[in-house]
Design a protein around this ligand. Structure first.
Ligand SMILES: [Zn+2]
Length: 53
């Protein structure tokens, strides 16, 4: 199985679920941030992790 995880560039945390992310609703799209250090996470990653439970 392939796992979808992302290593935060800011704090090095492994972000695996949407619970590890903070979402900020923008005008046209949502922005995703690491919940631990608020470093921006690529939108593609956020969209993938959003569907995980
Ligand atoms: Zn982080």
């Amino acid at each position: 199985m392939s796992s979808t995880s992302y290593r935060c560039k800011g704090c090095g945390a492994t972000l695996e679920t949407k619970d590890d992310l903070t979402r900020q609703q923008g005008i046209t799209r949502s922005s995703w941030f690491c919940r631990y250090c608020m470093t921006a996470v690529p939108g593609v990653v956020g969209e993938k992790l959003k569907h995980r439970r």
